[in-house]
Design a protein around this ligand. Structure first.
Ligand SMILES: Cc1cc2nc3c(=O)[nH]c(=O)nc-3n(C[C@H](O)[C@H](O)[C@H](O)COP(=O)(O)O)c2cc1C
Length: 126
């Protein structure tokens, strides 16, 4: 059964472009294996992430994410079965300020001055 999970968390330390590039590369490699798609928003040291996939894969990934010391104060915003994926084209799309995109990551969406864009809105929608 396909499920979607959305959470919010606080970065433990400020992350730079290289940290984010490495995090995204790690996410995309594993998500591809697990059949996970989604979107990560990073603004003002806050993450909002939407992950979607089959229940077992989502359980495994969520357990890893909760153990990750790069962030804390995780708050589950929603989780439940869904009919369709919101981010079917992305193993992990990423939205943040454009200065974080030094490495020209594919699937990078710059946020506007209000810290939002269309992908981020879709991600945070519960
Ligand atoms: C904000 C945040 C989002 C993450 N999102 C993912 C993700 O979508 N997929 C992924 O494989 N790992 C993600 N990770 C990394 C995992 O927490 C973990 O380090 C990675 O899955 C490897 O875990 P493992 O060593 O237990 O396999 C994320 C980490 C953070 C801090």
């Amino acid at each position: 059964m396909l499920e979607r999970l959305v959470y919010r968390s606080q970065a433990t330390h400020k992350l730079g472009s290289l940290h984010l590039f490495n995090l995204l590369s790690q996410c995309r490699e594993k998500n591809k294996r697990l059949g996970i798609t989604g979107h990560l928003l990073y603004t003002e040291e806050i993450f909002v992430q939407c992950i979607e996939g089959h229940k077992d894969s989502l359980d495994a990934l969520w357990a890893s994410i909760q153990r990750d010391e790069r962030h804390h104060q995780l708050e589950l915003l929603s989780r439940g079965p869904v009919a369709d994926r919101r981010f079917k084209d992305w193993t992990m799309a990423f939205s943040s300020y454009s200065h974080f995109n030094k490495y020209n990551m594919p699937g990078f969406f710059p946020v506007e001055h209000d810290g939002m864009n269309e992908a981020a809105k879709k991600c945070a929608e519960v």
